[in-house]
Design a binder for this molecule. Sequence first.
Ligand code: THU
Length: 135
Amino acid sequence: MTLTEEELITRAIAARETAYAPYSNYKVGCALTTGDGSVFEGANVENASYGLCVCAERSAIVAAVLAGHRNIASLVVVTQSSPPAAPCGICRQTINEFVDDPASLQIILVNVDGERRDISFHELFPFGFRGEHLT
Ligand code: THU
């Protein structure tokens, strides 16, 4: 079963509620689909040692990879920011690792008030470094 965009957004909003963000009070949720339509969610998980904080996007990607999926087809990020915030640099590089064609990935940014902004991953992260560069 393939989720609609609205259903994927609903999943990301629900995932955001599971965030562990006692230090920043900035909860982030993520839901992504993989090439076969599987859905994985993530939320940020903070730590008293601040540098150990894990972003929502990376927790969703790790869940997908652990389940054997390495190709992100669509990705939603939910924050409380207006306008809706985009993934941080480390998350952009991590998304870049697990997308077959970075030029074709659309990312949906939303916030808890229902604002939405669609942006291409290529616009967010042009000239990304990839495994091909190592060969
Ligand atoms: N955060 C994310 O989950 N994703 C991002 O792309 C940016 C920041 C989290 C990390 C931290 O828990 C909180 O937001 C504040 O930076």
